[in-house]
Design a binder for this molecule. Sequence first.
Ligand SMILES: Nc1ncnc2c1ncn2[C@@H]1O[C@H](COP(=O)(O)OP(=O)(O)OP(=O)(O)O)[C@@H](O)[C@H]1O
Ligand SMILES: [Mg+2]
Length: 361
Amino acid sequence: MATVTLDGVRKIYHDKGRAHVVVHGLDLAVADGEFLVLVGPSGCGKSTTLRMIAGLEAISEGTLRIGDRVVNDVPARERDIAMVFQNYALYPHMTVAENLGFALALRKVEHAEVQRRVAATAELLGLGELLARRPGQLSGGQRQRVAVGRAIIREPSVFLFDEPLSNLDAKLRVQMRRDLAALRRRLGTTTIYVTHDQVEAMTLGDRIVVMNAGRVEQVDAPLTIYRRPASTFVATFVGSPPMNLLTGTLVPGSAPQFEGGGLRLPVPTAELPAGLPPGAPVILGFRPEAIRLGGDGTPRAAVAEIEPLGNETLISLDTAGTPLAVRHDGPPQVRRGEQVGLTLLPGSLHWFDATTGARLG
Ligand SMILES: Nc1ncnc2c1ncn2[C@@H]1O[C@H](COP(=O)(O)OP(=O)(O)OP(=O)(O)O)[C@@H](O)[C@H]1O
Ligand SMILES: [Mg+2]
């Protein structure tokens, strides 16, 4: 059993007599074999959380369990966890083979067994040709593989990854992301993975934890995070360009409308937020791909920017000072400065509380 359970885990740093809470009571239950991804802006506490789980940072309050065992006071090396860092932390004076085998040798694993596992790990990660080299003689991608190899060779019950791909160029990241997904399917080890990269989060995670300023905003399957963001924070953090948000009010009637951000948009009755008092401020959200340009008698906006990406075009509309992002399939069919009509696809509206930002309905 390699579940990881956090109950009210807090991290408080003391600096010149002042207490800084950087993780505010995290409750998380990572299932055996689950791949959990932590995302959130810089400084929100992702690495601190991972380091508390690894045992590299003391837990100020709360309980951490691995399986059924409380490990708050168990030293890092006895937690049966392997961590891969952003900078790989390889031993520069050791060969790839020695880097891979080091942790096993330290644990007094027999020499022949170390050799067998080094060979098997190198085979799994395509490092066979590189075993005699030192880290200084490897590319970034190769170093990254060695760092992963060093983690998996120990066959730990939990892997922790802290932005392992962030030093790689875009193309290599895509390759390594696929390799990690394949490795993960093969090994099935419980994993907690920190990333800034939305595509990594969406494609690798069984569930995503979105953190904000030391608190959890939402924990859900990737597509649920995308389709039903729990707050305006999640709505704008996941998705690129981010979800459009307009603050305004609902104008009731037989053909209800949302008025805000310089627009009056018709709202199908079935898509009205439940229980909102008439006239109360509300935030309307819709994704850039939910907008279709053109149409007669629809609200209009001016085209401010056009970014043709080949397969699609990102268009920025200006509605009385509020920018709206539009994703349009294929080449642009509009010009800068042009007034265009806009229509929202049915079923694409999200509503949020104007004060708290929490999802309504
Ligand atoms: N030793 C420390 N003393 C005081 N504050 C610290 C210490 N280590 C981290 N912090 C603070 O804790 C907060 C969380 O840091 P953490 O490294 O966990 O963020 P992160 O989410 O991993 O960010 P990034 O995406 O930039 O890596 C930050 O505000 C940071 O300044
Ligand atoms: Mg970090």
